[in-house]
Structure formats: structure tokens, C-alpha cells
Design a protein around this ligand. Structure first.
Ligand SMILES: Nc1ncnc2c1ncn2[C@@H]1O[C@H](COP(=O)(O)OP(=O)(O)O)[C@@H](O)[C@H]1O
Ligand SMILES: N[C@@H](CC(=O)OP(=O)(O)O)C(=O)O
Length: 418
């Protein structure tokens, strides 16, 4: 069995869906689980819908109409006109609309997870139905029946044992008759049957979950770039394709912001030594990148990532005590409660500084620390991470910027810039 993952960009319109079908056609007689995200930027639209729903704004109606119009246009262009398909599509719209007509509960994250999956439900219904018009071996699978999670809404954690059990029950019977399963990325389900999500851009992780549990031979993530590059081509010219890199290298790059793959994707694949291919959906026969166990090729080229919208927070104990184990334990417990991930940290005798994403609520954070610490912060920063750095790369990337802090290890330079 192999796993393919198609993200928003690869199913953004009718021609892209046709292209997905052509790509699958390149791999005949192969048992494949196809994990698909919401089409194009639909998850962003859904976030607007959720915001309007939560605040009971009048714009909700228009936004919901936009959701329908977008998908109607694609299905028309794909020629999906059968009664069976129309019924499926209208049932999804109706279920979504009924949900929007209910009053929201008091839990925003719960409401978010009940609504945002309509993007994935819609995209997989369209792609599976289109493929079924062309071939007989395709089945649609509700990923929630397999991916079982905790109820940490918007950041749900996978319950691996239950998921494995569900995989055997739900997926094995499909593969007795069909060779292509189309399912949703990003979504799961609690023991009580509530829908959850795995975090934004979590469909790559779904692909890794299915691969791990189903002992896949490989995972391929289809992208609008030739593979994993040494920098984001949106911001840099002359980027270089990383043809073969290790799991270790990939996880470091992804963790520090190389958004081409979700950082959680690597661990399950590394654990079972399942190779991960990143390939271009525009040039599907090109080799792309393979991420695997060997570290042999990792040193070849410096790779760099800019993480924007960073805030550097410094805590100094008001009683002038040392920042040692007791303070650190307390600081990390407070950060964990606010679900804050530390992107970089540094301490001195009487201060502890950490860098985090600006999306977190700084006022709550200040309130949480105010009693014990003097809190200072500096926003609007960038974190530059360079793996396999050299002086030339550092100088080139930091020119005309103020360096606030630099940390270097043998393999990595991390620089906070303003
Ligand atoms: N190191 C990198 N190599 C390749 N692409 C990168 C890298 N870092 C960031 N990207 C960006 O990731 C994008 C693809 O990811 P994304 O837009 O999330 O795809 P999708 O949502 O279709 O899965 C590329 O268009 C590219 O701009
Ligand atoms: N649709 C979800 C999940 C996802 O992974 O999407 P994509 O594969 O397009 O990054 C999101 O946008 O967050």
C-alpha cells in the first residue's frame, strides 16, 4: 500500500482535479490511500464562516453562499451531474447549513472543529465522485471512522491503538475489492463521536498516520514546487532542490518553519522507516525529494527559513533570585497551559528569554507572569534558521537588518532579526 497526499493547491479547481486523476493513472494496480485537503483556500474561507457564525454576524449568509458557489463551479466544470452526486452534495450543504442555524455553544474550539471539516468532506466527495466516473476501483472513506483522537479541539492528539484497530475494521475490507481509497486529511473523531482537527495544515500528518498504521511502502506529498528546496521559493531566487535528505534534516527544517511539510509528518514515518517523497503535481514524473533514513547527503547545501511575526519575551524574577530549576519548571508549566511553543530560548543568572509566535495573546501571558516576574517584550521580529550555515550565507541573509540575538551549534545558526 502507498499513501498519496494532495493539498489545497493541488485541488484548487476543476483542471487540478483532472490532474490528480492523471497522476493516479501513472500508478496502475497499486493499492493507494489518497489523503486530500480542502480545495484551494477553502479552509481560510471556512475560518471566516466560523468567525461570522460565532459572532452571529450578517455576513454569514454571503460567506456560506461563497462556499457553495466555489464548489458548484468546480463540480459543473467537472461535469458531475448524476443524481447520486447531486444528492451527496446537497446533503453536505444541508448538514452544514443546519449546523450554522444552531446557536453556538460556549466552546469556540469545539465549534471550529464541527464546522471546518466541511472543506475536506466537500473536496473528497468531489474528487472521489470524479474518479468514480473514470474508474471502478475507487471508494470514499470518512477519515473520522479511522483517525481516533483525544478531545483537544483544534490540536487533537491521535489515539494510536484505537486508530490501528479502526484501520483494520474499516480499511482492510475496502482493499479486498478496490485499490484506491479517497479520504480526508486534517480530521479525526473522539470516543464520543465528535469531530476533531489535528491543527492547521495537518493533512500531511494524516497521510503519515495512515502510512504508519497501514505499513505503507511510501508516502508521496504532491506540491506546487519540485520538492523540498533549500529555501521558500516564494521569497528567494535560485533555490536548490534537496534531492535526498534524512528524516532528521527534514524534521528540523519543518519544525523551524519550512512549511512545505507539516513537522508532525516525519516521526511516524521515521519510526517505521517509510520513505517520504515530495513531488511536483505539475511534473509528476520528476524525481522530487526523497526523505529517508540516511544522513549521507545532508551537508551538501545550506538551507534557510525565515519565521515571521515573532515576539521575544524576557522574564526577570522580581525578587532578584536566580533563574534555576524551580523558576524554569514554573515558567514552562505556565507556557504549556497557554499552548505556547517556544521557538528559541536563552537564560542568564536572573533572566529567561524566549521567542514565540505573535499569534498568542501577549496580555494573558503578561498577566500570567506579572506577579513573580518583570515582563518585557519586543514584537515584530523574524527568526532566521540556517542549517549547515557558513559566514557568506549569514551575511547575505542578515544584511540591512538588526541582529537581536544569535545562537549557533555545529549544524545550525539561529538568529533573531528586526
Ligand atoms: N523549503 C521549502 N521547499 C519548498 N517549498 C517551500 C519551502 N518552504 C516553504 N515552501 C512553500 O510551500 C508551498 C507548498 O505548501 P502548501 O502551500 O502548504 O501546499 P498545500 O497546501 O497544497 O499542501 C510552496 O508553494 C512553497 O512556497
Ligand atoms: N485544509 C487544512 C488542512 C491542510 O493540511 O491543508 P493543506 O494540505 O492545503 O495545507 C488547512 O488548510 O489547514
Amino acid at each position: 500500500m502507498h499513501v498519496f497526499k494532495f493539498g489545497g493547491a493541488s485541488v484548487k479547481d476543476a483542471n487540478s482535479v483532472k490532474n490528480v486523476s492523471n497522476i493516479i493513472g501513472l500508478f496502475p494496480n497499486q493499492k493507494t490511500i489518497i489523503v486530500i485537503s480542502a480545495m484551494g483556500k477553502v479552509t481560510n474561507l471556512l475560518e471566516e464562516i466560523i468567525h461570522a457564525y460565532w459572532n452571529q454576524e450578517t455576513s454569514l449568509k454571503t460567506l456560506f453562499a461563497d462556499f457553495k458557489k466555489f464548489h458548484d463551479q468546480i463540480t459543473n466544470e467537472l461535469g458531475l451531474k448524476s443524481k447520486d452526486f447531486e444528492l451527496k452534495k446537497q446533503t453536505i450543504y444541508q448538514t452544514f447549513s443546519d449546523r450554522l442555524n444552531q446557536k453556538p455553544s460556549k466552546n469556540y474550539n469545539y465549534e471550529y472543529d464541527q464546522l471546518v471539516p466541511f472543506g475536506e468532506i466537500m473536496s473528497t466527495t468531489i474528487v472521489a465522485s470524479y474518479l468514480q466516473t473514470l474508474r471502478k476501483d475507487v471508494q470514499w472513506l470518512d477519515a473520522r471512522e479511522v483517525v481516533r483522537t483525544t478531545n483537544l479541539y483544534r490540536e487533537a492528539r491521535v489515539k494510536w491503538d484505537l486508530t490501528s484497530q479502526a484501520y483494520i475494521e474499516k480499511v482492510h475490507p475496502f482493499f479486498k475489492t478496490d485499490s484506491v481509497i479517497v479520504t480526508q486529511g486534517f480530521i479525526g473523531q473522539t470516543d464520543e463521536g465528535m469531530t476533531t482537527t489535528l491543527g492547521r495544515e495537518g493533512s500531511d500528518f494524516t497521510a503519515a498516520i495512515f502510512a504508519f498504521i497501514g505499513n505503507a511502502k511510501s508516502v508521496t506529498i504532491w506540491k506546487d514546487v519540485p520538492g523540498m528546496l533549500n529555501a521558500d521559493p516564494r521569497y528567494f531566487n535560485g533555490t536548490v532542490l534537496l534531492k535526498k535528505i534524512s528524516f532528521k534534516e527534514a524534521v528540523e527544517l519543518a519544525y523551524y518553519g519550512a512549511s512545505v511539510i507539516h513537522p508532525k509528518t516525519i516521526q511516524p514515518l521515521q519510526n517505521k522507516d517509510i520513505p517520504l517523497y515530495i513531488k511536483s503535481f505539475l511534473k509528476p514524473t520528476d524525481a522530487g525529494t526523497v526523505i529517508q533514513a540516511s544522513t549521507e547527503y545532508d551537508q551538501e547545501v545550506p538551507s534557510y527559513i525565515f519565521k515571521e511575526n515573532q515576539i521575544l519575551v524576557s522574564l526577570t524574577p522580581k525578587d532578584f533570585s536566580f533563574v534555576a530549576e524551580d523558576h524554569l519548571t514554573e515558567i514552562f508549566a505556565t507556557l504549556a497551559k497557554q499552548h505556547i511553543r517556544v521557538n528559541l530560548m536563552q537564560n542568564s543568572a536572573i533572566s529567561f528569554s524566549f521567542l514565540m509566535d505573535e499569534k498568542h495573546d501577549i496580555n494573558t501571558l503578561v498577566e500570567n507572569f506579572n506577579e513573580t516576574y518583570k515582563v518585557r517584550y519586543n514584537s515584530g521580529l523574524q527568526l532566521l534558521t540556517i542549517r549547515h550555515f557558513n559566514d557568506e550565507t549569514i551575511n547575505r541573509l542578515t544584511v540591512n537588518k538588526t541582529t537581536i540575538l544569535t545562537q549557533k551549534s555545529r549544524e545550525m545558526a539561529r538568529i533573531i532579526l528586526k
